[in-house]
Design a protein around this ligand. Structure first.
Ligand SMILES: [Zn+2]
Ligand SMILES: [Zn+2]
Length: 144
């Protein structure tokens, strides 16, 4: 289980919260500001209920899909298939790549994201109350 979040002060540095620690404050290595962290009982048991960073309880779930990896796979596919574009092989490569991309997505784990502060929770159990991303919720709850 792991929580990653952008520092709310400099907004560029991503910090990781070690869940083992009972936890009080984290210090951003980049801007050295202190960030209060509260790990709830529920978080310790692996269920995301309220956010350890902002305390709100609005989350969405999404696949922790490695976009860069997906992009590279597709790019290689396009290059290869254009190289073999005159033969059936080109088409087969393209189909294979699309399939591979779907497989990568399918096996990617789920993660929970806080609407308010964009903290990412990986390796937690899925909370049935959390739904897929909703733009209206984002507009309503996003704070920074
Ligand atoms: Zn910072
Ligand atoms: Zn939050």
């Amino acid at each position: 289980m792991k929580i990653t979040f952008p520092c709310k002060f400099c907004k560029t540095y991503y910090l990781t919260v070690p869940l083992s620690q009972g936890l009080s404050n984290l210090v951003c290595p980049k801007c050295s500001k202190e960030i209060p962290v509260r790990i709830s009982e529920s978080l310790f048991t692996g269920i995301v209920d309220s956010c350890a960073l902002c305390g709100r309880d609005k989350f969405y779930i999404r696949k922790a899909f490695n976009r860069r990896l997906g992009f590279i796979v597709v790019l290689i596919g396009i290059i290869l298939s254009s190289y073999y574009s005159s033969s059936l092989l080109g088409l087969l490569i393209l189909m294979g790549i699309t399939f591979l991309d779907t497989i990568i997505y399918y096996f990617s784990p789920w993660m929970t994201v806080c609407y308010t502060c964009q903290a990412e929770y990986r390796g937690f159990k899925k909370n049935p109350r959390h739904k897929a991303f909703d733009l209206k919720m984002q507009e309503q709850y996003r704070r920074y």
